[in-house]
Design a protein around this ligand. Structure first.
Ligand SMILES: [Cu+2]
Length: 847
């Protein structure tokens, strides 16, 4: 051996950390597949033709690349549930929150590094209700050579729980949205994809967990169900809980575990019986009067050497309303809090938030009961944006969201007692802004509106510590005294008890936009969601990284390659500035590919250059406005010729820009025809100032929407620009007086309307009822994909029911389709029989 090779090998042995981190590549082909369950078959969306999908294995410290190729007719995005995504929020996955969805025929490589985490998590689709079948386990092994803090198991097995509908799940939720009522519950629960033997239906078998007597196993249990918390137990065996949500816990023994959607639990199981078969059950937990799927999914624990005709030892699942069993399990959870794995609970709180979570009821003339069930946080039902929030945040795109999410409910009431008379919720795309590294306490208070209910609330981008929980109303004086700040359980999904509250703390050390929502999919759909926007820190590695090159296209930056262009020249000449101003005037904020076009008008400047210049200009105007800076270089009005063109036909252009093209989602609701070329009236200007006061500079869309309703956002922007110039030019200006001289100082506070109480239906809400093109006949599509395992090119003939292109919108009704379940089912029935295979545990990373 060459000596330098020997040195390398020696280094590798002495410093395993230097070589152990690996890059792991996965390919997820999202494809349709006909699946058989409960004596009926239907086409489902799958990853690599499997549901549950492939297990993603990695080690702590690894970088994971997953190429997701969308071969189906839905828009798709995948969420790596519980992965912290430090500074890489672009790979988090919730559609319209951190990315535009991957459109049919498109692909995206999710790239993230797993830092400081090891354990079991899950991945799932994060759009529509696709996660009903698009889900799988995410197993993070400790770094090479690092042992578990508990006795090593002989073998590890993934046990992933799910829910199965005979009907198409998109049809189920669309019907519900149309009627305003709750969606149908599932027809069965599943364990590794199998409901288990079902009466009246020839057995398709069930999952079998093979064990050898005397050996120790680790079960990585995941609840991937859409809408139900589940109990899990095994006849005749105790389970030792050692980890939840990829954080180690103090080990404790239990007969039954409780697991909410989005949660994971690792348990050790000792096969301490000689032989035999033992029933494994997954059954619903629901301790309020809400309809659930009562079916118990079953599997079998099978000792090697057991005779085939041996009777299975049975067990009764807990009653579905077994609150004491649920509470006892949750109250037993504690962080391991060892020297190696300390519980870093924030001991002080910078932001103390009190959020009510629950249902509501809003008017709806077309709905069955004249209204629709809603859900909200602090009475805000979150409206999904049409531009991804993270992009809007990173690129400072105004009008997509506001950062005024209320830290407290708008009105105090007896949350778990008599509900208020008005059950209506507000709507909005409102975020809560957090400075980098601030500490946050959130108390989630369930409300009894319509019905009290458990809410498993999931926070993206962070783990948090569950410092307390209780029944009834949270008492801000007494309850915090009982908080556990020593070894509270650390997780990413917290179960808010029915008619009670739960409190958690976290440190906002991950810049980006982070979704928080109920992990009961039905509640999320109804609006029980919000997001935090965490600002960049000032230090190194405290900023959100730029978006990846292949991030699915949005309306604002259809060609996202631009970010990777190099900055060429940071100095700007007077001439360049002038060109820049002209370009801004020509291409307004709604212009697709705006910065490319602006850059094209200034020779020698790249897209990044103009972007930076724009940011600086914006800051300048802000400072000038605030009176912090004596009028700078731009003082002389003749050199500051930022006269924005007044609506030079962009509305028409916008409308002709096809929503089927590169937009993030549905077509931007077309602005009504508004007056063009007509001078602003004094009243309009006053309304503008009110809007400016309410929404701030830049949110022209909301100012147009809620105040100056006679003007488009572009017109408002243009007007604003003139107004600010007038302000900047101040006394030096010798021009005639104008309405621009009316400033906010002239406005009496008491005349400010409160548009939130009385605002028209937000255009964003119209995305609930989009117009779909009717699908012409049964599509017959030919799709190619490579199965990563064998590399064979396959031909997929979807000569079955396919929904119309839903790529455009997440919350669409299938208009023009027959929505009756029977009709759908009939069209699903096919001769295909599919066997879903349990993932074997032998595909560990070997590096
Ligand atoms: Cu909920």
């Amino acid at each position: 051996m060459e000596s330098w090779v020997r040195v390398l090998v020696l280094v590798a042995c002495l410093f395993p950390a230097l070589v152990e981190s690996r890059v792991r590549h996965y390919k997820f082909n999202v494809v349709m597949k006909t699946a058989n369950r409960l004596c009926s078959s239907k086409p489902i969306v799958t990853v690599n033709k499997r549901s549950p999908g492939p297990i993603l294995y990695a080690r702590e410290g690894d970088t994971v690349l997953v190429k997701v190729v969308n071969h189906v007719q839905y828009n798709v995005s995948i969420h790596w549930h519980g992965i912290r995504q430090l500074r890489t929020g672009w790979a988090d996955g919730p559609a319209y929150i951190t990315q535009c969805p991957i459109q049919p025929g498109q692909n995206f490589v999710y790239k993230f590094t797993i830092t400081g985490q090891r354990g079991t998590l899950l991945w799932h689709a994060h759009i529509l209700w696709l996660r009903a079948t698009v889900y799988g386990a995410l197993v993070i092994l400790p770094k090479l050579g690092v042992p578990y803090p508990f006795p090593a198991p002989h073998k590890e097995v993934v046990v992933i729980l799910g829910e199965w509908w005979k009907s198409d799940t998109e049809a189920v939720i669309n019907e519900a949205l149309k009627s305003g009522l709750a969606p149908n519950v599932s027809d069965a629960h599943t364990i590794n994809g199998h409901p288990g033997p079902v009466s009246n239906c020839s057995s398709q078998g069930g999952f079998t967990l093979h064990v050898e007597s005397g050996k120790r196993y680790m079960l990585r249990i995941i609840n991937a169900a859409l809408n139900e918390e589940l109990f899990f137990k095994i006849a005749g065996h105790q389970l030792t809980v050692v980890e939840v949500d990829a954080t180690y816990t103090k080990p404790f023994k239990t007969n039954t575990i409780l697991i909410a959607p989005g949660q994971t639990t690792n348990v050790l199981l000792t096969a301490n019986r000689g032989t035999g078969k033992y029933l494994v059950t997954a059954s619903p937990f629901m301790d309020s009067p809400i309809t659930v799927d009562n079916m118990t999914a079953t599997a079998t624990l099978h000792y090697s050497g057991t005779l085939a005709n041996t009777a299975t030892t049975l067990t009764n699942p807990p009653p579905k309303n077994a609150t004491p069993i649920a509470s006892s399990f949750i109250n037993s959870l504690r962080s391991l809090n060892s020297k190696k794995y300390p519980a870093k609970v924030p001991l002080t709180v910078d932001h103390s938030l009190f959020f009510t979570v629950g249902l509501g009821f809003n008017p709806c003339t077309t709905c069955a009961n004249g209204g629709r069930v809603m859900a909200s946080i602090n009475n805000v039902s979150f409206v999904m944006p049409t531009t991804a929030l993270l992009q809007a945040h990173f690129f400072n795109i105004s009008g997509v969201f506001t950062d005024d999410f209320p830290g407290n409910p708008p009105m105090a009431f007896n949350y778990t007692g008599t509900p208020p008379t008005n059950l209506q919720t507000m709507t909005g795309t409102r975020l809560y802004r957090l400075p980098y590294n601030s500490t946050v306490q959130v108390v989630l208070q369930d409300t009894g509106i319509i019905a009290a209910e458990n809410h498993p609330v999931h926070l993206h981008g962070f783990n948090f510590f569950e410092v307390g929980r209780g029944v009834g109303n949270f008492n801000s004086k007494k309850d915090p005294k009982k908080f556990n700040l020593v070894d509270p359980v650390e997780r990413n999904t917290i179960g808010v008890p029915s008619g009670g509250w739960a409190a958690f703390r976290f440190r906002a050390d991950n810049p980006g936009v982070w979704f928080m929502h109920c992990h009961l999919e039905v509640h999320t759909t109804w609006g029980l969601k919000m997001a935090f926007v965490v600002d960049n820190g000032k230090g190194p590695k405290q900023s959100l990284l730029p978006p990846p090159k292949d991030l699915p296209k949005s309306s604002h930056f259809p060609d996202s390659d631009w970010i990777h262009e190099q900055t060429k020249n940071t100095k700007w000449t007077r001439e360049e500035n002038k060109r820049f101003e002209n370009a801004l005037a020509v291409y307004d904020e709604y212009t697709p590919n705006r910065w490319h076009k602006v850059a094209a008008m200034i020779p020698g400047k790249t897209v990044v250059d103009v972007w930076n210049q724009y940011k600086e200009l914006e800051d300048d105007v802000g400072y000038i406005e605030a009176g912090l800076v004596p009028v700078p270089g731009y003082s002389n009005t003749s050199s500051f010729t930022l006269e924005w063109l007044n609506n030079n036909g962009f509305d028409g252009f916008r409308q002709s820009y096809s929503p089927g093209g590169k937009r993030c989602s549905s077509a931007r609701p077309s602005d009504q025809e508004r007056k063009k070329g007509i001078p602003w009236t004094e009243d309009e200007h006053r309304l503008f100032l009110m809007g400016l006061k309410k929404y701030g500079k830049g949110d022209w869309r909301n100012i147009s929407r809620n105040f100056v309703i006679t003007r488009t956002p572009t017109q408002v922007a243009s007007h604003a620009q003139k107004y600010f110039i007038r302000q900047v030019s101040g006394g030096k200006d010798k021009r005639r007086s104008s309405i621009h001289d009316i400033t906010t100082i002239n406005l009496a506070d008491n005349i400010l309307p409160s548009p939130d109480n009385n605002r028209p239906l937000s255009p964003d809400q119209s995305t609930l009822f989009p117009q779909y093109p009717n699908s012409a006949g049964t599509p017959r599509v030919l799709l190619d994909w490579n199965r990563p395992s064998d590399g064979l090119a396959m031909v997929f003939n979807s000569n079955l029911f396919m929904p119309p292109p839903c790529g455009i919108n997440s919350y669409g009704l299938l208009q023009g389709q027959n929505l009756s379940r029977g009709a759908l089912q009939q069209s699903y029935v096919g001769p295909h029989k599919t066997v879903f295979q349990m993932q074997s545990t032998q595909c560990y990373p070997h590096g």
